[in-house]
Structures are given as structure tokens and as C-alpha cells.
Write a protein that binds this ligand. Sequence first.
Ligand SMILES: [Zn+2]
Ligand SMILES: [Zn+2]
Length: 315
Amino acid sequence: MEKNNHYIKVKFWGIRGSYPVLNKDFLNYGGNTSCIEVIAGNHRIILDAGTGIIPLGDKIVREHISSADNLKDRKPIELTLLLSHIHQDHIQGLNFFKPANILSTKLNLFGYSGYNESLEKILSEIVYGKSFPIKLYDITSDYNINDITESEVIILKDGNNKPIVEKNMNIELVNTSENNNVYISVLKTNSHPNFGVLCFKISYKGKSIVYATDTECYVGGSKRLELFAKDTDLLIHDSQYTTEDYLSNISPKQGHGHSTFDMAMNTAQACNAKKLAMFHFDPSYSDDKLTFIENILNKKNKNYILAKEGMEICI
Ligand SMILES: [Zn+2]
Ligand SMILES: [Zn+2]
């Protein structure tokens, strides 16, 4: 990673909602579930651990191995992993994320279980419990799992791999261009089944990106999300359905906790996002269908795009 490059680099490793798909008709947009890599300064942040985190983990391990021939001279892997919620499509890659099993890795995980128990306990049961041969305490890296709430801001300081959590900090009052810190603020939206989800805003050097997955914007939009994402450089927004499928008379998707492409675009417009990347597509939507949708949406605003696996956006 370059030092102090003063921009945020985003790479999509998983853009599907619900479950992964592997089929020749899905190769262009990709079939892995939610995972996005964000590089801000010296920090690597990962948004969600769908199956996209598996090839990302493989790449990180390759980088680690090539950093030095001698094991003890290798550059340690340092990661901040943010989990929006604990539905399967956001955690199902965690078991196979290889950096978690490298001794020198420092893994700081933040998220929210939604239940009356810690995220660590819930993950130990549903990811590393009876459904998998490895237990959470078998993981060999130096990891910590933290519950995070809306009133907290995670700060990643330059040259320090230990995140600091500040309570009741108003990120709007911080001029992020004045230092080298990365600020991660949190918004909880409640439109998703079970216990809602966490949306994340990553701010660095006066730029920001907002990650809003698994959120359903009802008529009139999500005003809290619009405020949270105001003037962001990049909004990454749930776009699971077409409006037609959302309002289908046969199998309506209203109330499933996901947005349509139109809802994502309305939110981007309302919050004045400079760029919108729609993602978390329904797993039944083939490349042909998504290309057809993208061609229509592109005519409305060329800065509103559909994410693809492997796509990189620098801001
Ligand atoms: Zn999801
Ligand atoms: Zn979900």
C-alpha cells in the first residue's frame, strides 16, 4: 500500500445479495456475495464477509508471502473488518478467510449482532459453531471482535494499527482533511428484517464513502440515511430489485428489507452523492438483465453505475 496517497480506493469483491451464484450467465457482474475492500491511506478496511472475502483473503495472503522470503520478516497483515449485520450473505465467507489464520495478522472486527448477546458470542455460535469444524478460539491470528453502535466513531490513526473508538463524536464537526486519520461513523437503519443493519461512512482527507447495504427505502426515501450520506463522494447502495419485481402482484418483494435501483438513485440524488454504485443484486438477475438495467440507468445519470466484481473506484 502507498503511504499518504490522499484518496480512498474501493474494490468490489462481492456484489450479490442473498446467496452466491456460479454460472456462465453471471460472469460479467459476478456471483460472490457482499464484500468490498477499501484502502484509505495505510489502512485496509473490509466491508462485510460474504463469499467475496475469500478471493480477497487469498490476494492479501499472496501479498504477505511476497513481502519477504523469511517468515519472520514478512509484513504483518493488518485489517479492519466491518460487518453490517449477521445475515448469511454477509458472513458466509468468514470461515475461509485465510488471513484470519496467519499468526502475525492483526484483525479488528466491528459489527452488531442485533441480539442481546455480544457479536463475538453470536459469531462463535453461527459461524464457528456446530456447522463448522473450526472453533472461534482456534483462529490463530491476533483478532478482536467488537460491538459498535450508532453513537460511536472508529478512528484509525496513521502508523497505529489499533483502532480507537470515540463515543458521541460528531463527525460533521471534524475537518478530516486536516490530519491523516480515517474516521468510520455508523448509522443504524431499521428497515431490514431481524434487527436492522449498520451503514458505514468512511471519511479520509476530506473525502467520504457511504456503504448502505440491506436497506429498504420506502416512499419518500430514508431521510436519516440521506442526512448521513449528505454530499458523499461515493454512495454504495442496496439495489436488490427492479421496481417491477418489488411491486409484483404475484411475488411482491416489498418489506423484504431491500431497495430497488430507483430507490438507490433517489437516495443518491437526495443526498447529493457525487457517484452511486448500486450493488447487492438479486441472485436471479443474469448479466443480460443487469446490462439491460444499466443501459437504461446510465442515460439518467452517467455517475450512477452498477458495481461489478473486480471494479475499482478511486476518489
Ligand atoms: Zn444481504
Ligand atoms: Zn440481510
